[in-house]
Design a protein around this ligand. Structure first.
Ligand SMILES: CC(C)(COP(=O)(O)OP(=O)(O)OC[C@H]1O[C@@H](n2cnc3c(N)ncnc32)[C@H](O)[C@@H]1OP(=O)(O)O)[C@@H](O)C(=O)NCCC(=O)NCCS
Length: 220
């Protein structure tokens, strides 16, 4: 199948589009849970909590401005900027089959925040990949790989990249490792609304957009 990929900024994040994105995220996460051993598997209510299924307006606002989650879902002290959403559709089709959400991490003391936003040297400005999801029926056809390429080709080649998979997500961790990402940290987080830190989240980092793109190209 052939796919069409669009890189969207804040002005294009309409309520309908954001709901489509949320739906893909919910289906993909629900399907991932089914593949986990029973003792680790989350209920559909917990998945809905994670993807904020019952709060489409809050979900949309978090795509538009992820800073509203700092101190909650996003660690205190972070500042994000420049949200980007990628959507994949079948050529000729209207349904969103895959999606990726990313932003620039411009955290730090005030002067550093300004340098990260407006300075010419991007080596300290992380590209933060927050979420990547593909509808189960459309997985294993390179949709995620293409979405990542579209994101990275539009980014500064010299900036570093970070992603935060859950420790049980070994398929994604192995994939990121093949692309040159390395674990730099891991910490427990409250992701599924159980009232406790219910997931171990791994921070994975690649030093340069350009090297990840090289690794993606080598894998065809
Ligand atoms: C992760 C996900 C987005 C991959 O989408 P996809 O379109 O099927 O991925 P692709 O076909 O582009 O494959 C990308 C790479 O990931 C690998 N991969 C993806 N999911 C995998 C899995 N569950 N197990 C093993 N490998 C996996 C593929 O082998 C491929 O590696 P390669 O390019 O080195 O051969 C999809 O499985 C998904 O939506 N998962 C649930 C949500 C999730 O876990 N998101 C990531 C954390 S935010």
């Amino acid at each position: 199948m052939k796919y069409d990929f669009r890189l969207l900024g804040v002005p294009e994040l309409t309520p309908e589009l954001c709901r489509d994105v949320q739906k893909v995220s919910r289906e993909a996460e629900g399907f991932r849970q089914l593949q986990l051993p029973e003792e680790h598997r989350r209920t559909s209510e917990q998945v809905d909590h994670f993807v904020r299924w019952n709060d489409p307006e809050g979900y949309m606002q978090s795509l538009i401005d992820p800073n509203r989650d700092v101190g909650g879902r996003i660690r205190a002290g972070n500042e994000l900027w420049g949200s980007k959403v990628i959507v994949a559709r079948e050529v000729g089709g209207s349904a969103v089959v895959g999606t990726l959400f990313a932003a620039q991490n411009v955290s730090g003391p005030l002067h550093e925040r300004l340098i990260k936003r407006y300075g010419p040297n991007p080596s300290k400005r992380f590209l933060w990949i927050s979420m990547i999801a593909v509808y189960p029926e459309y997985q294993n056809q390179g949709v995620a790989r293409s979405m990542l390429s579209v994101l990275l080709e539009a980014a500064n080649p010299n900036q570093p990249v970070a992603a935060y998979p859950d420790a049980l997500n070994t398929g994604v961790i192995d994939w990121l490792s093949r692309l040159g990402f390395r674990e730099t940290d891991r910490s427990p987080v409250d992701r599924y609304g159980t009232g406790k830190k219910d997931v171990e989240q791994i921070r994975m980092q690649a030093d340069k957009v350009s090297s990840v793109l090289d690794n993606l190209a080598q894998r065809g």
